[in-house]
Design a protein around this ligand. Structure first.
Ligand code: HGY
Ligand code: MN
Ligand code: MN
Length: 413
């Protein structure tokens, strides 16, 4: 149903915006990101849709056909040093499926609205675009900043989107959202499965741990007179590993992804030290227990001294998200049709825009294998045959969804 060569060519073109070696550097609102969004908008128009970049950077395509319409997409921004398929795969699938169905006389009446979300990766604030589209973006998020201190609002101004209307879900038109994504893990490749039908997306919590001590001279300050924030942060990092391992389940993960010592000079005892600590699990109660044990450890270290240790949430907790059963049924049928006996149902250990959209719309996701299970790295890759097959599965499921006589709006949550 889809044009595999055109699909792969589109992915390679999108890769070109911010390409570095085999990877991509296309953080939200960067020059390559905005050039990519303009290219996607123009491609959607060339495919016969209307399309625009909205007030938070979403590229939203609208079919010329009346609803019911299926939203298909993913994000086109990347991690600071990202892979070429994370997000991009689902965006180019959406473009290809919208184009292919409009080209065929027997499907040209169906409504597919493709979308490229803004800042799923959280360069400024995670899932910025899908939160906005779902009506879940609060004004305080516009003050969130990227690593160089620019706020969302300042970035929107800088790229010329200030005052541009933000696109919103049309409940009378949109009946569901489906997203294809690389698995970003080793599960499919290890099992030899070619397609993953997502059952749920893990819950995600993230805190910032800040240790406050006393900045002083690294030579003249006797060891017993120090309040070295760095030493306490490293102790926290070591002990939290042990604490969390005790409460972890089979799918629990946690990561200290960023740490800083201030002022960060070789001959100065750090007065302040901080790190991010992100943790994920399919079970929200376990996430609650994990957060409580992190706070408890911080309190113990503070009580012992000589530094104080504080824990603050970096963002509102994201609960586990269950995918819509009826949309999933169509994905299962399409997977069996294109990868008979070689597909699996699985939870997503990565976060996705569907976490936000599932509050207002039935959502479902489909995965293709990642080579070596690698992602969020320049080495991220998938086999071209797997890429094309994934698009065929999503196109087939799209047809099943839009021709399913029982299609009704049953927004989850
Ligand atoms: O971190 C995640 O799970 C997503 O790739 N942003
Ligand atoms: Mn990602
Ligand atoms: Mn992603």
């Amino acid at each position: 149903m889809i044009d595999g060569d055109r699909l792969l060519a589109g992915l390679r073109t999108l890769r070109g915006f911010g390409a570095e070696g085999t990877g991509v550097v296309r953080p939200t609102f960067s020059d390559p990101d905005m050039r990519a969004r303009r290219w996607l908008r123009d491609e959607m128009v060339a495919a016969g849709l209307t399309a625009r970049i909205d007030g938070v950077g979403n590229v939203v395509g609208t079919s010329p056909n009346h609803g019911p319409a299926l939203l298909i997409g993913s994000h086109s921004d990347t991690q600071p040093t990202g892979g070429w398929l994370d997000g991009a795969l689902g965006v180019v699938y959406a473009l290809e499926i919208a184009r292919a169905l409009l080209e065929r006389p027997d499907t040209s009446h169906l409504a597919i609205d493709p979308v490229a979300w803004s800042d799923e990766e959280g360069t400024y604030t995670s899932c910025l675009g899908s939160r906005s589209f779902a009506g879940r973006l609060t004004d305080d998020a516009l003050t969130d900043r990227n690593a160089s201190g620019e706020s969302v609002a300042e970035a929107i101004e800088r790229v010329g989107l200030a005052g541009v209307e933000r696109a919103r879900l049309d409940p009378a038109r949109h009946v569901g959202y489906v997203e294809a994504h690389i698995e970003q893990g080793p599960r499919l490749e290890d099992s030899g499965d070619l397609i993953g039908v997502v059952t749920s997306i893990v819950g995600i919590r993230a805190v910032r741990v800040t240790v406050s001590g006393e900045q002083n001279h690294a030579g003249t300050t006797p060891m017993h007179r120090r309040a070295d924030a760095g030493v306490v942060l490293f102790e926290f990092g070591h002990r939290v590993q042990q604490r969390l391992a005790k409460v972890a389940g089979p799918a629990t993960v946690w990561t200290i992804g960023r740490a800083a010592l201030a002022p960060g000079a070789e001959s100065i005892i750090p007065g302040v030290a901080s790190c991010t600590l992100q943790f994920r699990d399919p079970d929200d109660e376990r996430l609650q227990v994990m957060e409580a044990s992190i706070v408890e450890l911080a309190a113990e270290l503070s009580g012992r001294g000589p530094c104080t240790v504080s824990v603050e949430r970096r963002r509102a907790p994201i609960p586990p998200t269950v995918m819509d059963p009826s949309l999933r049924e169509h994905l299962r049928a399409a997977a069996e049709a294109h990868a008979p006996g070689r597909w699996a149902e699985m939870a997503s250990a990565a976060g996705h825009d569907a976490m936000e959209l599932a509050h207002v719309l039935p959502c479902a996701m489909v995965f293709i294998p990642s080579i070596g299970g690698v992602s969020h790295a320049f080495a991220e890759d998938s086999h071209p045959t797997d890429i094309v097959r994934g698009a065929e599965v999503l196109a087939d499921a799209t047809l099943r969804i839009l021709t399913d006589g029982h299609l009704t709006r049953t927004p989850a949550g």
